[in-house]
Design a protein around this ligand. Structure first.
Ligand code: PLP
Length: 363
């Protein structure tokens, strides 16, 4: 959709990246580290001071301690952390449970390592999980469950009841969990982000994945990290070492300085909530039906009142004729599906959202 948006000179609300600038102060910090000569390899698990800062941040937010030397690794973005965690766990014929619609790298990576994907399909408008059905997907071969909250693409979040179910399902098993918490700070209406790091019985089997791309609006810098108990992190690093060895040095040092400044990320929820509220109020004037958005920077809409076209066909027509690009949600399912919802990214400047809504009003 991004290349189509460029081709048709359309506003790109498809891919999940901000169109507003990165903090000039952060850019200055990276620049100054480069000028100081911090341009050579970082240690394999990442710059220690940054891992220490992450450990303090997680402890302050979730009252959960991860040892900076043994349980935290800096990665080349969240996607690499997810890839490495899957590679750590999945062997041929192992089964992984994923929840669809899903971020696109989960299933292909499981398959790459010979694993079998068992999907539970969440459905619009609420994308709830029926844990009784999930329970029935678990077999002796189940080695991994991948969850994602706040969730891309649905904008939903997991509740305490979901966490309790996850605890029950994994109890007395050797199932590992990947908890994709990339949007941990993009959560609205004073809801609490229930990181799996908070629950000792889950923490002991979980890789928590985070991304500085979403934290500091720097998706193009591709830096993230993984938290995991030592026995899992040891295995994770055996792969990470030969996959990327280490992540770029000046940015890690700059992130460490920046993350310790007050309000470097604390304002994120209200910052994005303003954008969500603006975008929702603009969309209310269109013929789209708004779905809930409790977290992440994605607003889902149903177009049932507009057309009975397939979502892909409608999205293609929209980018060409109405100059706005969105993602058809069927693309987040592995099975061919024919839903009538689209995903818009609202991590954009106010004027971008206003201009896009102006075009969408014409539909
Ligand atoms: C749910 C989810 N997980 C992981 C990622 C990847 O993060 P990164 O850009 O740091 O690789 C994204 C990026 O959009 C995402 O939406």
């Amino acid at each position: 959709m991004t290349s189509l948006a460029i081709k048709h000179n359309a506003i790109n609300l498809s891919q999940g990246f901000p169109d507003f600038p990165v903090s000039p102060q952060l850019i200055k910090l990276v620049n100054s580290e480069m000028k100081k000569g911090n341009n050579q390899y970082a240690p394999m698990p990442g710059i220690l001071s940054l891992r220490e800062s992450i450990s303090k941040k997680v402890e302050a937010l979730h009252q959960s301690f991860y040892h900076p030397e043994k349980e935290i690794t800096i990665t080349a973005g969240g996607t690499q952390a997810i890839f490495t965690a899957i590679a750590t766990i999945i062997r041929p014929n192992d089964e992984a449970i994923i929840f669809e619609p899903a971020y696109d790298c989960y299933a292909p990576t499981v398959k790459l390592f010979g694993g079998l994907v068992k999907s539970f399909e969440m459905q619009a408008p609420f994308y709830e999980i029926d844990w009784d059905i999930v329970k029935r997907l678990v077999t002796v071969n189940t080695k991994l469950i991948i969850i994602n909250s706040p969730h891309n693409p649905s904008g939903q979040i997991l509740n305490k009841e979901d966490i309790d179910q996850l605890i029950m399902i994994t109890k007395n098993t050797d199932i590992a969990i990947i908890s994709d918490e990339i949007y941990e700070h993009v959560i609205f209406d004073n809801e609490d982000h229930l990181s799996l790091s908070r629950y000792p019985v889950l923490k002991e089997r979980t890789f928590v994945i985070a991304s500085f791309g979403k934290l500091f609006h720097t998706t193009g810098w591709k830096v993230g990290y993984c938290l995991a108990p030592e026995y899992l992190m040891n295995e994770f690093r055996k792969i990470h070492q030969f996959q990327v060895f280490s992540v770029n040095t000046p940015i890690q040092i700059a992130f460490n300085e920046y993350i310790n400044q007050s309000d470097s990320y604390q304002h994120l929820a209200s910052f994005f909530q303003k954008k969500r509220d603006l975008f929702r109020s603009l969309l209310k004037q269109t013929r789209f039906t708004l779905l809930d958005c409790r977290g992440s920077y994605f607003q889902n809409v149903s177009f049932e009142k507009i057309t009975d076209e397939k979502d892909l066909d409608f999205a293609l027509r929209m980018v060409k004729d109405y100059k706005v690009a969105a993602v058809p949600n069927s693309s987040f399912y592995s099975r061919q599906s024919e839903g009538n919802t689209l995903r818009f990214c609202f991590a954009k400047k106010e004027e971008t959202l206003e201009k896009a809504a102006g075009f969408l009003l014409k539909i």
